[in-house]
Design a protein around this ligand. Sequence first.
Ligand SMILES: [Zn+2]
Length: 282
Amino acid sequence: MPPESAARLETNLLLKALRGPDRELLLPHLEPLNYGKGATIFEAGSPVTHIAFPCEHAVVTLVITTSDGRSAETATIGHEGAVGGVVSQGYVPASTHAVVQIAGPVLRMDSLALQEAKRQSRHVRDLFARYSDCMLAQVLQSSACNALHPIEQRCLRWLQTLHDRIGSPVLPITHELLAAMLGVQRTYLTRILRILQDQGLIKVGRGRITILNRPGMEAASCDCHARVRDHYRTVLGAVYDDHGLIAIDQPQPRFIATDPEAEARRRIDRWTGKGSGTRVDP
Ligand SMILES: [Zn+2]
């Protein structure tokens, strides 16, 4: 294991959430790499042989490209997560392109090695199951947002998602990139950004967009981003401060299924009013 892997592990919140022996299961397999902006981690249709953990400020998007050349973002992953082989078993073909949008360091490991670690450790299995659920929530919410909400709100959602992941109000993104993520023409997107700038929410610069008023953005946008954020909080134990996502805490004990059958019974009792605890969402 290269020594920088252990230090770099601290800069991916998902890996950092693992403790002692669970970390030791993954560490020997982690390979440090650096990806430039625009690099492809995997292509749609190709077998996903590795799982990649963005570190520090690196951000990867999962992008669907249609046969007429248009594209749209389906998920945005930064230092809170991982891409590729998160849930699959073996080298399953990818359904999306995984493209690096903000350059940075990445830790990579063979998908089969992760599979083996999940088999050996309930904690590893549990953490990745929770993360997969959160990523699915992000994808599903994006689908609804793209279908139902106006472009201004979709734009604000994506800017907030990015802000949470890089922890800086200065987002190093171009109009071209943002237009591609949202599946709209660049000229149209530029008009939208001008409207948001006139509202005092953002400042548009060359190769970057600066967030000026995050509370204002949240008030002006749909609740899609907030819903996903709440899901990450509840299911994964994600911790946010004013600058974004800063930690993945140990999940709440009531979500740890040490004995799945007993946990299922407890939940049924709570829902049917037989249990003594407060009723919670399943
Ligand atoms: Zn929305």
